[in-house]
Design a binder for this molecule. Structure first.
Ligand code: NAP
Length: 231
């Protein structure tokens, strides 16, 4: 059965590779990114998709812009992938980059972004026979992480995990599965060249997880290989 995926942050990194994987599997793609006019790799994918893919522009923090897209999407959406994310100050308590603007950006993007995205496309999810919300979080947000830096990135992902649990509780009676994922340490602009796995490996594994998601896994924080992680 063909599924429709909506993916935010679809223009580069893990989001771009998940987008490629969705189309390669014969599924349908609604790709969302901030600047479609500059999303060359994504646009090239969409152009060769024979109409299976479409690109829209919205910032993940801009609920009004997400709602404009939602008003144009008439079909059901089976999987909403809240992937757009940002990392700000990676240093410690004395890092000058830990300022109000950077903190606001990371919390808005990584916590409010998934909430606004899930809410904007809730009606399309309700039209699906197997509705799933996948929040791309990070093990850096686990309470067990043991780290000493990137305070607000960690806090934003901990917040995203907590949001995931509340949404899972709230939406369970409607049959909507809500799960968060650690994508691995991935060689993207964010992860850096020295990371463990390629964006292709991460994306392929995540898509495999999304396909198999059941309501029993709602409220769980999963590694890209399927193992349950501590919140
Ligand atoms: N790479 C890793 O090792 C790693 C590990 C754990 C978790 N993650 C998570 O995985 C997700 C994808 O990361 P990545 O490694 O692919 O990072 P990336 O290569 O830096 O890509 C980030 C994506 O998010 C988009 N984005 C950032 N802020 C946005 C906003 N306000 N509105 C809309 N889009 C926004 C970017 O769009 P622009 O091009 O417009 O900036 C880009 O498409 C993130 O949530 C990240 O936190 C990554």
């Amino acid at each position: 059965m063909t599924n429709t995926y909506l993916i935010t942050g679809a223009n580069r990194g893990i989001g771009l590779e998940m987008s490629r994987g969705v189309l390669a599997a014969g599924d349908r793609l609604i790709a969302v990114c901030r600047q479609p006019a500059k999303a060359d790799a994504l646009n090239a994918l969409i152009e060769t998709s024979n109409g299976a893919g479409v690109v829209y522009g919205a910032d993940a923090c801009d609920e009004a812009a997400l709602n404009v897209i939602a008003a144009q999407v008439k079909s059901a959406i089976d999987v909403v992938v809240c992937n757009a994310g940002v990392i700000s100050a990676r240093g410690g308590i004395e890092d000058a980059d830990n300022n109000a603007a950077a903190i606001s950006n990371v919390l808005m993007t990584n916590m409010a972004g998934p909430f606004f995205t899930a809410r904007a496309f809730l009606n399309q999810l309700k039209s699906s026979k197997h509705p799933r919300i996948a929040i791309i979080s990070s093990y850096m947000g686990s309470q067990q992480h043991g780290g000493t830096s990137a305070h607000f990135y960690r806090a934003s992902k901990a917040g995203a995990n907590n949001l995931m649990v509340t949404l899972a509780n709230e939406l369970k009676s409607q049959g909507i599965t809500v799960t968060s994922f650690h994508p691995g340490w991935v060689r993207t602009d964010m992860g850096g060249a020295g990371a463990d796995i390629s964006p292709q490996e991460s994306a392929a594994a995540l898509l495999e997880r999304f396909r198999g998601l059941t309501l029993k896994q709602s409220g769980a924080f999963l590694n890209y290989d399927g193992k349950t992680l501590p919140l």
